[in-house]
Design a protein around this ligand. Structure first.
Ligand SMILES: [Zn+2]
Length: 150
């Protein structure tokens, strides 16, 4: 995936979460898209570590003006992917992230052309190309709509 941000100081692409590797700038990067992907299972974290990672990204992303986060967490009835998914669902359903997250859609509920799919696209038309990934519903992903300064 292309880096979603640009450095305001030198114009090079740079990641959302880190300083610029080109000029060392710590200024908040400029977003090139209002939608970012976050892979919570990269590096094989525990469920708790994955939720910590999400907390940090949510703070930074909402400061930078991100509107949508596509979470990749994997799935399964057992194994690390499943644990991250269920911990995430549990946290969302208990409003753990409600200060930043306005609304959320579990991947299995937004199958192509379903009611939830259309509702989501009405809110965020820019998601159309991302939602192709969901086809019959994608139990390994969750969509977070961020609130605040929309
Ligand atoms: Zn820079």
């Amino acid at each position: 995936m292309a880096l979603p941000c640009e450095c305001p100081d030198c114009g090079n692409p740079r990641p959302l979460m880190h300083h610029c590797q080109h000029c060392g700038s710590e200024t908040l990067p400029v977003l090139l898209s209002d939608t970012i992907e976050l892979n919570l299972k990269r590096g094989g974290p525990s469920a708790e570590e994955a939720l910590d990672r999400l907390t940090h990204h949510l703070r930074r992303a909402s400061e930078a003006g991100v509107k949508v986060i596509l979470l990749i967490h994997g799935y399964g009835s057992s194994g690390e992917g499943g644990r991250i998914k269920w911990a995430l669902h549990d946290a969302l359903e208990n409003n753990y992230f409600s200060d930043r997250v306005d609304q959320y859609y579990f991947g299995e509920d937004v199958a192509y052309a379903s009611d939830a799919y259309h509702a989501l696209l009405r809110r965020r038309p820019s998601l159309k190309r991302h939602l192709k990934l969901f086809k019959e519903g994608n139990a390994g992903m969750t969509v977070l709509l961020l609130g605040g300064n929309s």
